[in-house]
Structures are given as structure tokens and as C-alpha cells.
Design a protein around this ligand. Sequence first.
Ligand SMILES: Nc1ncnc2c1ncn2[C@@H]1O[C@H](COP(=O)(O)OP(=O)(O)OP(=O)(O)O)[C@@H](O)[C@H]1O
Ligand SMILES: [Mg+2]
Length: 278
Amino acid sequence: MKSFEQQKQLLQQTDRLASLGQLAAGIAHELNNPIGYILSNLSSFQIYLAIFSKLIKLYQAQGQCIPASAEYQQIQQQIMELQQSEDIDFLMMDSESLLQDSVTGATRMKDLVLDLRRFSHPDHAEMQRIELVPLLESTIRLTRNEFKSQIEIERDFCEPLPDVWAQSSALSQVFVNILLNATQAIGSQPGKILISMHQDAERIVITIADSGSGISELHLQHIFEPFYTTKDIGKGTGLGLSICQSIIAQHGSALTALPTSTLGGAEFKFSLPLAGNR
Ligand SMILES: Nc1ncnc2c1ncn2[C@@H]1O[C@H](COP(=O)(O)OP(=O)(O)OP(=O)(O)O)[C@@H](O)[C@H]1O
Ligand SMILES: [Mg+2]
């Protein structure tokens, strides 16, 4: 028989896997895009490199010749022909941008993998000092594919935003769940999500409001119950908010929901302790 604590951990793990499952197609797409152009850039560069090698070999051969000899002139002629036929200046310029774009793409892939590890890694389970903005932005990047282009994300953060004392992967699980719920409530309409983070005494208060369908009074009483979902079978496990609530409770706060917000849809609110001098 598992203890209550173990069961909760198991549920949290299940929910994290379910969220990852939901995000997997989007993440694959996010990775596929840079992989596609890095491969195409590298194969263009392979062709360019063959031309550059040919040119360098000609220069090397010319260096071996006696200047002004017939052989020297002949190689000079070949160099000029190659330069004209292949537009070497363009190839040099293009190589630079092919490689620069590939580095940018590979960096994006690396960041995405780091975001994924931050989300899924259990070694981030202890409480630690956390900078909220990078954590939130990495979560937004992970869920980016779910934010169809018509959803605008507005950020309202106090400056400077002090660090909080939290579990990073659990906290990003909370952001993923609330953000996914918001995008699902907005659906295919144009919409908006407003994320605000402000300091109030010894805590940072976070609200996430959306312009989606809102929550009816009837549903509002149940949304934090495990397995309560209004989504189609196979779409939601109904675990999201109950896990979020228990994660937020571990951070000494309560996750609350307003059925409507200034944006029209629902609003979720919780707070986190400041890291202070810990
Ligand atoms: N932003 C929101 N707007 C409207 N309704 C919401 C919102 N967030 C949650 N809900 C309601 O609360 C219910 C429970 O949410 P919860 O995140 O726990 O489960 P789920 O989203 O249905 O499934 P899962 O999170 O496992 O994919 C949802 O089915 C939905 O009816
Ligand atoms: Mg959910």
C-alpha cells in the first residue's frame, strides 16, 4: 500500500507525463523546423566547400610554379574562370549566413531541450532560488505550439522581480497546466492571456487571466477535484488543476480561480514565497 505522499507524487508524475504527451507534437515540430534548415544549410555548404577547395588547390599549385611561366599563366586563367563561373564572392557571403543561421537554429534546439529537461527532471524537485521570468519564458516556449498565432500573451511584471523560493520543475508544471487550460478555453478564436507577477509583502502574487469561455458556477465548485474534466474523452485527464493546487499548497499558498476576469474568461491566482537571503 502506497502512502498518501507517494500516491500524490505518482499523480504529479502522471500529470507531467500527460502534459508532455500533449506538448510532444508541438515540441517535435519546434525541433523539426531548425533541423530542416540546418540540414539544408549544411548540404549547401558542402557544395560550396568543394568549390573553395578547388580554388585553394589551384592557388597552392600556382604557388609551386615559377611566376610568369606558361604553367603559372594557365592556372591563373583557371582561377579566373572558376571565380567567374561560381561567383565566389557570393558563395563566401552566403556561407557566412548559412553557418550563422545554423548556429542560431542549433541554439534554439539546445534551449528547447534545456526547457524540456527543466520541465521533466526530478532533480529540480527541491526548493531552490528561482528567477521567475526565465522559468516562465521557458514554459511559454515549450507550450508555444499550442498558442495558435491568434493568442496574444501580455506580460505585466513588477521590476525588478525578486527571486522566489520554489521547486522549479513543479512550478513549470503549474504554468504549463494553467497556460494549456487557458489556450484550450480560448479555442480557435483570437484571444489573449495576461500574466501578471507582483510583489506583495514577502510573496510574489501571480495571476493568469484569459479571454476564453470562462467557468460556469456549476463547474467552478469541481475544477480542483482530481479527474474532473469537461473536455472530451482522451483530451484531458482532469488532473491538471488538482496537481497544481497541491504543488501551490507545498509553496504555502492556495490556487484560486475566478470564473470571469477583466479579459472575459477565467483567472487563476497564487503566490510564492520570496527567496530572500536563503
Ligand atoms: N482557463 C480556463 N477556462 C475555462 N475553464 C477552465 C480553465 N481552466 C480549467 N478549466 C475547467 O476546469 C476543468 C479541470 O481542469 P484541469 O486542468 O484540472 O483538467 P483538464 O484540463 O480538463 O485536463 P488535463 O489538465 O488533465 O489535460 C477543465 O476541464 C475545464 O472545464
Ligand atoms: Mg488542464
